[in-house]
Design a protein around this ligand. Structure first.
Ligand SMILES: CSC[C@H]1O[C@H](OP(=O)(O)O)[C@H](O)[C@@H]1O
Length: 355
């Protein structure tokens, strides 16, 4: 594979390169290292929908760069009325995936920047804003990594779900950022990575990130997680988030809810690690979070092979909602919130982001 050892600093899920958005195609990892280059906002939206790039923060960063493409094209076509033209493309980007709130949050940031720009070409200003948003995501991940690592014992065994690493963010990772920070301080004995059917983000992407960095990883079937927790040697379950409601209810990859129930039953701390850009104060609780359903074929087959008989149907919600009551603590760049609830979330959001 030949990827540099320090993956999160070398390989980026998304980058701006010479006027295009460059995406590492996560549909073909780890077998193939292939990049897709998007020259228009529409191509970026299609890549998000197709999960060329995935992961809530990574989707937000990608959408921000997609907004730069939209503004650049709009200004070329209509220099005196570029905002209206750009907003059409931004609306399409907003629709590319429904659950990860970071997508809409990033586009809101870019639209606010668009409103402040004076005369002349707006491209440099929006590109600077997208780069700032990207850098801030990585900085937030590093802060969360340190805060989360402090909650783990030395040589911890942890269990993860889906992929929450450099591939799911602007870089470094959220829950997997905690693993990286812990590995650099108290040490990590083992990462048990749920394979995370049907898209296998754990078996393919988390395992790749960890193997490439020389960190220990054991892949397990999603159905084995409860037995692993029952063994009694898991220090914590670490997961990411796609949308956190105002009361702390959290939408994340399908299977997270069952994992949270199992962790509670076995007395294992269950930590959600997410930047505050994942918090949606406009949604009071988990019932209001839109849950994406994807094609039945993603469940009926895998990696091009169909394993269910013709005539079988599939139900493929790709997220579920974990009630805040099952979350031991929410780890964000603004601090750690034990037992999240509406009041605690409001206090957390009132905190300044540490410089
Ligand atoms: C850093 S949080 C990433 C979050 O996004 C994943 O979903 P998907 O792979 O469908 O974009 C999963 O829910 C992860 O926890």
């Amino acid at each position: 594979m030949g990827v540099d050892a320090v993956l999160y600093d070398k390989v980026r899920a998304v980058a701006w390169r010479d006027g295009v958005v460059r995406l590492l195609d996560q549909r073909v990892l780890p077998a193939t290292l292939r990049y897709e280059e998007c020259a228009t906002a529409a191509e970026v939206a299609a890549a998000i929908t197709a999960m060329v790039v995935r992961g809530a923060p990574a989707i937000g960063v990608t959408a921000a760069y997609g907004a730069v493409l939209a503004v650049s094209e709009a200004y070329r076509r209509a220099p005196t009325d570029w905002r209206a033209a750009a907003r059409v493309d931004l609306a399409a980007l907003r629709e590319s995936r429904p659950t990860a709130v970071n997508l809409g949050w990033a586009l809101d940031v870019m639209e606010r920047v668009m409103e402040t720009i004076g005369a002349g070409s707006p491209v440099a200003a929006v590109l600077a804003a997208a780069r700032r948003l990207h850098d801030e995501d990585i900085a937030a991940n590093r802060r969360m990594g340190a805060l989360g690592a402090a909650l783990l014992p030395p040589q911890a065994r942890v269990l993860t779900h889906c992929n929450t690493g450099a591939l799911a963010t602007g870089g470094y990772g959220t829950a997997l950022g905690v693993v990286r920070a812990a590995a650099a301080t108290g040490g990590i004995r083992m990462v048990y990575a749920d394979e995370t059917r049907p898209w296998l983000q754990g078996a393919r992407l988390t395992a790749w990130e960890l193997v490439e960095e020389g960190l220990p990883v054991t892949v397990l079937a999603d159905g084995a997680a409860a037995a692993r927790l029952r063994a009694g040697d898991i220090a914590a379950v670490l997961v990411g988030a796609d949308r956190i409601a105002a009361n702390g209810d959290t939408a994340n990859k399908i299977g997270t809810y069952g994992l949270a129930i199992s962790a509670r039953h076995h007395g294992v701390p269950f930590y959600v690690v997410a930047p505050v850009s994942t918090i949606d104060v406009a949604t009071p609780d988990g019932h209001g979070i839109p849950i994406e359903e994807r094609a039945e074929g993603e469940v009926l087959g895998c990696q091009g092979l169909t394993h269910s008989p013709a005539g079988a149907r599939a139900w493929n919600p790709v997220f579920d909602v974990t009630p805040a009551a099952l979350i031991t603590a929410l780890i964000t760049e603004r601090g750690v919130l034990p037992s999240p609830d509406a009041e605690g979330m409001a206090r957390l959001l009132a905190q300044p982001t540490p410089v």
